[in-house]
Design a protein around this ligand. Sequence first.
Ligand SMILES: Nc1ncnc2c1ncn2[C@@H]1O[C@H](COP(=O)(O)OP(=O)(O)OP(=O)(O)O)[C@@H](O)[C@H]1O
Ligand SMILES: [Mg+2]
Length: 242
Amino acid sequence: MNLLSLEEVTVAHPGHAPMLRGLTLAMDEGERIGLIGPNGAGKTSLFQTIAGVLPARAGQIRLNGASVTPGRFRPDVALVFQQAEDQLFCPTLAEDVAFGPRNLGLPGSEVATRTADALAACGLTGLEDRPVHQLSGGEKRRAAIAGALVMQPALLLLDEPSGGLDLRNRRRLIALLSELPPALLIASHDLELLLELCPRVVLIDAGRIRADGPARDVLGDAALMTGHGQEVPQSLTQHPQR
Ligand SMILES: Nc1ncnc2c1ncn2[C@@H]1O[C@H](COP(=O)(O)OP(=O)(O)OP(=O)(O)O)[C@@H](O)[C@H]1O
Ligand SMILES: [Mg+2]
């Protein structure tokens, strides 16, 4: 059984025409897939649909065999927003990260352990009492990831995780993500990051999946990439044989 399966899924915002149609995709447990496509292709909207926030207009989405029903909370999938600010809302960092497990009704000791572990994994130990609005952009992004990891999801959806990070924090993020147990679906314009983390890449453009295959084959296909407003990442043009 696949961890995630999409069958003929149509993604659309209420009152608007669909921006993605007939999406069929299967993802295994622990798999890492990079999702690419131009601005406005529908990456964020697709994540919202998989997370059950935006109802699919047609088609079937299954997670661990069960249908994703909008409005029904699924702790096995966690979404890290493109804008970390949109995700953080509690007075302090620790309260924010603890919010999800507390909401699940877990015992206080379990909430505390999970929160401490998620903060440590994201390099945020020591900032527990910091008001979230006082965190730097990079810290906010790691806080948003901690708030997702704390739920111990089977599938983590990361929307532009390296946006706004300096080189050192981008490198730390790659190290952090490479160690994570859940399956990762990562939407990004940072193609080098995807090359490092994701053996498989899916390209969406103009309403459909345009490519789905090994990262080096998809990202290294110059005609395909330029045809969809992308560029072959530099590391593949410099070492095409690797
Ligand atoms: N809440 C909304 N209501 C109506 N249309 C929306 C809404 N959010 C996004 N859209 C539209 O849906 C399309 C897909 O947007 P989406 O944010 O999913 O793209 P994206 O691939 O994530 O782009 P980017 O690379 O810029 O993050 C765009 O045309 C956008 O204008
Ligand atoms: Mg987006």
